[in-house]
Write a protein that binds this ligand. Structure first.
Ligand SMILES: Cc1cc2nc3c(=O)[nH]c(=O)nc-3n(C[C@H](O)[C@H](O)[C@H](O)COP(=O)(O)OP(=O)(O)OC[C@H]3O[C@@H](n4cnc5c(N)ncnc54)[C@H](O)[C@@H]3O)c2cc1C
Length: 329
C-alpha cells in the first residue's frame, strides 16, 4: 500500500488546470486518459482509494525486508482486442507483464505484481488518489464537480465517470439518461481471503479452478510466489456474506481452503492473512443504453458497459474517450 508513487497529492492548481476530469483510477479510467492523450487532450484522474487500479488490487506483505504480493482483485487478464494486445505486448517487452500459465486464449499478469503493470501503464498520466468525488452538476454547457477535499466547485469541459454502476448512480442525479443506463447493470460480490504458507509448498499447483466444482470457492491462486495465496468465493456465497459476521465468513472459507490444500500436501502450516469483501466485484449483467449524456459532456465507463473483466473495462474506457473527443470537436 505504501512506498509507491502517487503522482500528485491534492493540489488545486493541478486539478483545475486540467479541463477533462476522469473519476476513478481503475483500468477504465487509465485507458480513458491514455486514449485522450493520444488525441492530444490532457486529463486528470481522481480516485478515492489509496492506490491506482481499483479492482486490480495488490496487497503486499513484508517478511525480513522482502516484499511479497497477494493478487486479491483480478488474478489475470486476457488481451483479445487489438489495442489491449498492444498494451500487453509492450508490457511483456518491458518486463512488467508476463504470460500466466498456458491457457487458450492466453492470460497475463503484472510482474512482479499487478501494481507494476498499473504504475508503468499510467506513468505519464495525472492522477490524484485519496479524493472522493461527491457531486456533479451542470454549469452552462460544462460540468462542476464537488469532492471531499475542496470547498469550491471547479468546472470541467467534460467528465468521464468510471465507478461501478451502483456508485456511479449516486453521482448521476442530474443526468437521467445515464441513470437509466446504470440501473440496468448488476454485480455479484466476491470475498477474497489472503493466506500464506509457513514455507513454500512442494506439491501444490499454482492455482485451483473451482468454478464448476461443488465448493464455495471459485478460484484460488498463488501471488508473487507459491507461499502467498488468494482464494475467491463464488457469487452466491459472496452475496450472502455481505450481511454475515466477518469472522464466520473467514472461518467457512478458511476451512474449505485447508480441506483442498491438505489433499495435496498434508504437512504444511497455513496462516490467515486478511479478508477483503468486494461488494461490486463481477458484472453479472452488462448495462444497456447510452454511455454519453445527450446534452452534457458526461460519459460513464467501466466493466459494466462491456463485460466482467479487465480487458472489457479497458475497452470501455477507450470508447468513453472517443465519445468525449467527438463531443468536444
Ligand atoms: C475479486 C475479483 C476478482 C477478479 N478477477 C478477475 C480476473 O481474474 N480477470 C479479469 O479480467 N477480471 C477480474 N475481475 C474484474 C476486474 O477486476 C474488473 O472488471 C475491472 O478491474 C474493473 O475496472 P473498472 O476501471 O471498470 O472499475 P474499478 O477497478 O472498480 O475502478 C473504479 C475506481 O473508482 C474509484 N471510486 C469509486 N467511487 C469514487 C468516488 N466517489 N470518487 C473517486 N473515485 C471513486 C474506486 O476507488 C476505483 O479505483 C475481478 C474483480 C474482483 C473484485
Amino acid at each position: 500500500m505504501f512506498g509507491y508513487p502517487i503522482r500528485y497529492s491534492f493540489n488545486e492548481s493541478v486539478y483545475m488546470s486540467n479541463k477533462i476530469l476522469i473519476i476513478g483510477s481503475g483500468i477504465a479510467g487509465i485507458s480513458s486518459s491514455l486514449k485522450l492523450k493520444s488525441y492530444g487532450l490532457e486529463s486528470i484522474i481522481i480516485d478515492k482509494g489509496n492506490f491506482i487500479g481499483g479492482r486490480i488490487g495488490t496487497r503486499d506483505i513484508k517478511i525480513k525486508d522482502k516484499s511479497h504480493y497477494f493478487f486479491h482483485g483480478a488474478q489475470f487478464f486476457t488481451a483479445k482486442s487489438d489495442n489491449f494486445q498492444k498494451v500487453v505486448q509492450n508490457g511483456i517487452n518491458k518486463k512488467y507483464i508476463k504470460e500466466y500459465g498456458s491457457f487458450s486464449p492466453p492470460r497475463y499478469r503484472g510482474f512482479k505484481s499487478m501494481r507494476n503493470f498499473l504504475i508503468n501503464l499510467s506513468e505519464n498520466l495525472n492522477i490524484i488518489q485519496n479524493v472522493k468525488v461527491t457531486h456533479l452538476r451542470t454549469y452552462n454547457d460544462k460540468i462542476s464537480v464537488l469532492d471531499s477535499k475542496s470547498r469550491i466547485w471547479p468546472t470541467f469541459d467534460a467528465v468521464i465517470s468510471t465507478l461501478p454502476a451502483p456508485q456511479n448512480l449516486e453521482l448521476m442525479k442530474k443526468f437521467p439518461t445515464l441513470k437509466k443506463t446504470l440501473k440496468t447493470a448488476s454485480y455479484d460480490a466476491c470475498v477474497a481471503l489472503m493466506f500464506f504458507f509457513e514455507r513454500s509448498p512442494k506439491n501444490i499447483p499454482q492455482f485451483f479452478d473451482y468454478y464448476k466444482k461443488n465448493s464455495i470457492l471459485s478460484w484460488m491462486a498463488a501471488g508473487s510466489n507459491l507461499r502467498f495465496w488468494t482464494a475467491h468465493s463464488k457469487g452466491d456465497f459472496s452475496n450472502i456474506s455481505l450481511n454475515k459476521d466477518k469472522e464466520l465468513v473467514k472461518n467457512e472459507m478458511f476451512s474449505e481452503i485447508k480441506k483442498i490444500i491438505y489433499r495435496f500436501e498434508e504437512n504444511v502450516k497455513i496462516n490467515f492473512h486478511s479478508l477483503q469483501i468486494w461488494k461490486y466485484a463481477k458484472v453479472t449483467k452488462v448495462a444497456s443504453g447510452p454511455q454519453i449524456d445527450p446534452k452534457f459532456p458526461v460519459v460513464i465507463a467501466g466493466d459494466f458497459m462491456e463485460g466482467p473483466n479487465v480487458e472489457s473495462a479497458f475497452i470501455s474506457g477507450e470508447k468513453a474517450a472517443d465519445l468525449i473527443f467527438k463531443r468536444l470537436h
